[in-house]
Design a protein around this ligand. Structure first.
Ligand code: NAP
Length: 302
């Protein structure tokens, strides 16, 4: 394989976040650039919260053509942008930025990615009930997608109940067709809602490798059942505890890999106007997850 050498014409892209060592995005995008013969490169753009404004200004000065945004900047990047797509506006979160001559536009391709994953699951959720666990950036994208998919009832369950309440209020103000509710992670509060849900989406990082969270499942799985679709947005590991428990109870399950691939594909298309090879991206992502697993196991043993 020939080595790619950047030059003065190379277009710069990247992933802006706080801790990025486990990200798969550089492998996907760089592979897409090489496959399509594009003179472009995708880099890790790690910065601390207190330096965010200065860092974004540097990206503009250097001439980055665009970048993805991840934890914890999907909402805090908003004040530094000049415009938004309708989905970024609807979700109140941005995961993709396009720089057109210094004017930064924010998009949310997580919404597109999650919507596509649901559509491809074959489950029709029109007028159905969903439970979304978590109230962060990913939850915003998931809820915006569920609105696009015409669900009737969306309940947000979160550790910090105030965050769930604020999110429910925000979506309620903008969307009169859906019913938005919220509750805490107290089992007595969520038991009945969870049982009644047709779709359960875990948007918390609980269950993810290397996050030092002792409890690997965020809810009591006894309320999951065979008439549900259960999705965990985490993809490392490919089958988290909540998915294992849901599967045991006969539910249809899905990990976060399809959303990851589809959101990356949509960002790639926005930046380059070209489509990367999807099948190959799945393979790359699965190999990358396996490498993360092996690295983590080695670290635990060391
Ligand atoms: P975020 O904005 O930091 O939000 C995290 C949410 O999880 C918050 O609601 C937080 O609750 C909750 N949470 C965190 N730790 C918890 C714990 N130990 N117990 C219970 N709840 C906990 O993060 P995000 O951007 O939404 O991302 C969340 C996860 O989704 C990450 O693992 C990320 O990798 C994944 N994700 C995947 C994709 C994909 O393409 N598959 C896309 C986006 C995100 P509080 O409000 O109480 O803090």
């Amino acid at each position: 394989m020939s080595i790619f050498i950047p030059d003065s014409e190379t277009k710069l892209y990247g992933l802006l976040g706080k801790t990025l060592s486990h990200s798969i995005s550089p492998s996907l995008h760089n592979n897409g650039f090489r496959d399509l013969g594009l003179n472009a490169v995708y880099l890790m753009l790690e910065t601390k919260e207190k330096n965010l404004e200065e860092y974004i200004n540097s990206l503009k000065t250097i001439g980055f053509s665009g970048w993805n945004v991840t934890i914890p900047y999907k909402e805090s990047i908003i004040p530094y942008l000049n415009g938004f797509s309708s989905l970024a506006r609807a979700s109140g979160a941005v995961n993709t930025v396009l720089n057109r001559r210094g004017r930064l536009t924010g998009y949310n391709t997580d919404v597109i990615g999650f919507q596509r994953q649901i559509e491809e699951s074959g489950v029709n959720l029109k007028d159905k009930r969903a439970v979304v666990i978590g109230a962060g950036g990913a939850a915003r994208a998931v809820i915006a997608a569920l609105i696009q998919l015409d669900l009737a009832d969306i309940t947000i369950i979160n550790r910090t109940v105030k965050n769930a309440e604020e999110l429910a209020k925000l979506f309620r103000e903008e969307n009169s067709k859906q019913n938005f509710d919220f509750c805490s992670l107290d089992e007595q509060e969520y038991a009945e809602v969870l049982k009644a849900a047709d779709l359960v989406v875990d948007t918390t990082p609980v269950g993810m490798y290397s996050n030092n969270i002792k409890n690997k499942i965020v809810i009591n799985p006894n309320y999951l059942h065979e008439d549900q679709l259960v999705i965990d947005l985490v993809y490392n590991p490919l089958k988290t505890e909540i998915l294992k428990e849901a599967e045991k109870r006969g539910a249809q399950i899905g990990n976060g890999l399809p959303t990851l691939i589809y959101q990356a594909e949509a960002s790639f298309k926005l930046w380059t106007n070209e489509m990367p090879p999807k099948k190959k991206w799945y393979q790359i992502a699965e190999n990358a997850v396996q490498m993360i697993e092996e690295k983590d196991d080695a670290e635990v043993e060391a």
